[in-house]
Design a protein. Structure first.
Length: 423
């Protein structure tokens, strides 16, 4: 999966900004609504997918990807080495530099560094090296591969701890992916650029995410509990089965906990998102985990938008123990006779998942990059099912209210299409 999908994709260039407004409903997932409008694409990168990205402050950084290159009247796709920045205040793109890129690598901004890890080259050679691009000085650092580094891989995901007191305390977190021998991994690693050191993080919990690739991960600092968490969603397992589970990793306690797992009944009822991979999850206002599109459990490219409200989850977690067994519904039920979790009735209608019923993403979309700033979600590039290249920038606008928290999530979940790159 991921390299052998049946759907025919084309490279898509656009930037979507989503600003959300939640509309409560009496039962099921709540809804959000909004409108699209276009922005200028003057000076923007060419259409691409499989790019790496990270963000800091008002800026999105995009590196590499399988990009459209014009040769006179003809065009083709090839692996790009371009490093771009996007100023979300000015809606302007800048080509910053060129440096090597790899297919299926993962990246995030850690302190002042844009850090990429792993991937494979166009000859299908895996690597476990790091590239650290120092954004202020525009200098590239390539540390020697340490014996303690994770095994070479691609299709993994990464995020950064971007709310710590100093840049020296910030880490890059890397999860899963496919190894050289074809096996999938479920290991979690932390890399600290200041000390140039890797650490394999333990799991002291009773369960852990199954091995997977093409999943997505984000970092959250909870100011109330003053704790740090990682959230992992989706991907595909070793049987090429798309996943819909949502996991929380408590960094201090070193423990994985499953917090959401949908069944077929949940999906049919519109309570939970479908299983999917090849997305990039983001964090809005430090509160809403957000997923857009992706490749479904039936190999369809999706166009939906979902949010998971972590503040509502904090209400449920005292009452609910989720099971990874997908035959058991994890959705709080609206009938007292099916209230198997013994949740207080006042909380039953407050499903943490929210669905963007209309409008949907302009194109069915996967393999994009994104970042969040306050209540805005910026989406760039990706694959669609139209068979056409698209060169426009769009805003997806949902008035969501002001927030004093303008934190960003730097995360990546990059993927591939067999028509252009090795499987």
């Amino acid at each position: 999966f991921g390299g052998k999908m049946k759907a025919v994709g084309s490279q898509l260039l656009f930037l979507v900004v989503l600003v959300f407004f939640v509309l409560g409903t009496s039962h099921g997932a709540s809804l959000i609504d909004g409108n699209f409008f276009d922005l200028s694409t003057f000076g923007a990168p060419s259409a691409r997918y499989l790019a790496q990205s990270g963000s800091k402050g008002d800026f999105l950084f995009v590196h590499g990807g399988v990009a459209t290159v014009e040769y006179g009247s003809n065009s083709k796709t090839e692996l790009s080495d371009e490093f771009w920045s996007f100023d979300s205040n000015e809606d302007t793109w800048t080509l910053v530099d060129h440096f090597p890129s790899y297919l299926g690598a993962a990246a995030a901004v850690v302190g002042d560094f844009f850090v990429t890890f792993g991937g494979k080259d166009v000859s299908d050679v895996f690597n476990n090296g790091l590239l650290l691009y120092h954004i202020p000085s525009e200098e590239l650092v390539e540390p020697a591969v340490d014996e303690s580094a994770p095994d070479p891989r691609w299709g993994h995901c990464a995020t950064a701890s971007n709310k710590r007191k100093s840049d020296e305390d910030e880490d890059l977190f890397v999860f899963g992916g496919q190894l050289e021998n074809g096996d999938l991994a479920n290991d979690l690693w932390a890399y600290n650029p200041a000390s140039d050191s890797w650490k394999l993080l333990e799991n002291k919990g009773s369960s852990s995410p199954r091995a997977r690739m093409w999943s997505s991960i984000v970092f959250q600092f909870d100011p109330i509990e003053e704790k740090e968490f990682l959230y992992l969603f989706g991907g595909v397992d070793a049987s090429d089965v798309a996943l819909s589970d949502l996991w929380q990793y408590d960094i201090e306690e070193e423990k994985w906990t499953i917090i959401s797992q949908s069944s077929a009944r949940d999906v049919e009822a519109g309570e939970f998102p479908r299983a999917r991979s090849r997305i990039q999850m983001s964090l809005l206002q430090g509160r809403y985990l957000t997923i857009v599109g992706g490749i479904s459990d039936t190999n369809d490219i999706l166009a939906d938008v979902w949010l998971f409200d972590l503040t509502l989850f904090s209400v449920f977690q005292d009452f609910v123990t989720f099971s990874e067994d997908t035959s058991v519904s994890s959705t709080p039920q609206s009938s007292a006779s099916t209230n198997i979790f013994d949740i207080p009735e006042s909380f039953l209608s407050q499903n943490p998942w929210t669905y963007a019923a209309y409008p949907q993403v302009p194109k069915r979309l996967s393999d994009y990059v994104c970042f969040s700033r306050s209540s805005n979600l910026f989406i760039f590039g990706g694959l669609d099912r139209s068979g056409k290249l698209s060169f426009f920038t769009r805003i997806f606008s949902f008035p969501f209210g002001d927030s004093s928290d303008s934190s960003n999530s730097s995360n990546s979940s990059n993927s591939s299409d067999a028509s252009s790159i090795p499987s």
